[in-house]
Design a protein around this ligand. Structure first.
Ligand SMILES: NC(=O)C1=CN([C@@H]2O[C@H](COP(=O)(O)OP(=O)(O)OC[C@H]3O[C@@H](n4cnc5c(N)ncnc54)[C@H](OP(=O)(O)O)[C@@H]3O)[C@@H](O)[C@H]2O)C=CC1
Ligand SMILES: CC(=O)N[C@@H](CCC(=O)OP(=O)(O)O)C(=O)O
Length: 360
């Protein structure tokens, strides 16, 4: 890890107490950010304070009416998501639907650390953005995935951070070591099963309990899902050349978690591959490469910021098989956002983030 507690104390010290605002507090990502902040050592010792909390149509209601588990903040009334409410903070988290971040970001001072959980600033290629999001490209910001090669350096002292999508987080980390080491051909296939909180909280007919329970279904197939270019961007940057990505998301009847099964052609042995992964992630506090014979499961990472990864080789098929699990709301959004905040402010990177899940 590149950030020491000592340098953290001095960097954050220049802004103490750190005042944090959150836009989209009634949503799933917003609720999870607040859960993590309430357990953050800086909040507990008073050096981080939680300021404005905002929403869209739910402005004027209490946080507790949306997140009854966030008891210490239950009586807070959500404000409107506007510049007046969000000004005057050191850190502003944006947990808003895509397309809402740029207008807010451009009105806040450069010195404000803005951490966007939406997609608006993730893609560097304007054509990709326009093809998948059907709107004008707002630009790109440092990408909030420190475990990617060179990823951490971009976040230290950053004042604008784009938190990755949940599927790109798990898929990129599952494949990055193999791609970086050149032990797979640059053609990867990813099938990832997600819980329903990945779709957000806004009501949608095909996400009604009775539509989702007791059934598993693919969606966004055939390269249509907007996370395809994001995964391709990450892996191609690591490879230094184009990586072809086939990505198929699958919706499962569970609230949290993603299990991604990733394959790529290889001639390497399982021992060679394991050695590559163990070396790549040896110093990463949140990436756990499992022992031979163990397999990741979403139930083991609920509420934690951990990515569990297992790697093996299907020798008959000539394929590397990397399987990875995350909690989409923690490492897949809010945990990644808080980890990025820690790096940006020079706080210890792991502060407020558990490696211990909730099970069963
Ligand atoms: N859920 C996940 O696993 C992940 C989510 N993300 C991203 O995080 C962001 C938030 O997602 P999530 O929390 O799931 O979404 P939710 O639908 O659960 O929450 C959205 C939040 O934004 C507010 N909001 C909606 N429209 C507007 C608007 N026009 N102006 C102001 N506020 C508005 C909502 O307020 P109100 O209640 O008033 O409508 C709510 O607080 C999205 O960009 C999403 O893509 C990223 C990775 C994973
Ligand atoms: C289950 C489900 O619907 N998941 C969401 C992805 C959630 C996420 O990470 O996405 P963004 O931040 O890019 O919206 C989807 O497929 O659209």
């Amino acid at each position: 890890m590149g950030t020491s507690a000592d340098s953290g104390a001095s960097a954050a010290g220049s802004r103490l107490p750190i005042k944090v605002a959150l836009a989209g507090a009634s949503g799933y990502a917003g609720g999870e950010i607040l859960r993590l902040l309430l357990g953050h050592p800086a909040y507990r010792d008073g050096s981080l304070v939680i300021g404005a909390l905002t929403a869209g149509g739910n402005a004027g209601t209490t946080l507790g009416s949306h997140h009854p588990h966030l008891l210490p903040l239950a009586d807070r009334v959500l404000g409107p998501t506007d510049i007046e409410t969000l000004s005057g903070h050191d850190v502003v988290f944006l947990g808003l639907p895509h397309g809402n971040s740029a207008e807010i970001a451009e009105q806040l001072p450069e010195s404000t650390v803005i951490i966007d959980c939406g997609a608006d600033f993730r893609l560097t290629d304007a054509d990709d953005w326009e093809k998948y999001y059907k709107s004008a490209h707002a630009g790109s910001w440092p990408y909030g995935l420190p475990e990617l090669p060179g990823g951490r350096d971009k976040l230290v002292s950053a004042t604008r951070i784009a938190v990755p999508g949940c599927y790109p987080t798990v898929s990129s980390l599952a494949l990055a070591p193999a791609v970086a080491a050149g032990i797979v051909e640059p053609r990867v296939n990813i099938v990832a099963v997600s819980g329903t909180t990945g779709a957000g909280r806004a009501p949608k007919a095909d996400l009604l309990g009775s539509e989702v329970m007791g059934s598993v279904r693919a969606y966004g197939v055939g390269g249509a899902h907007r996370h395809t270019p994001e995964i391709k961007q990450n892996l191609s940057a690591i490879a230094g050349a184009d990586v072809t990505v086939s990505f198929t998301p699958v919706l499962a009847p569970m609230p949290r978690g993603i299990l991604a099964t990733c394959t790529a052609p290889t001639t390497a042995t399982v021992d060679e591959i394991r050695a590559v992964y163990e070396k790549a992630y040896a110093d990463e506090p949140f990436v756990h490469v499992l022992q031979e014979g163990q397999l990741p499961q979403t139930g083991a990472v609920v509420g934690s910021n951990v990515v569990q990864i297992a790697v093996t080789v299907d020798t008959d098929a000539g394929l590397l098989v990397a399987i990875a699990a995350i909690d989409n709301l923690t490492k897949g959004t809010a945990g990644g956002a808080v980890q990025s905040m820690n790096l940006a402010l020079g706080l210890p990177e792991t502060d407020g983030l558990s490696t211990v899940g909730v099970a069963p």
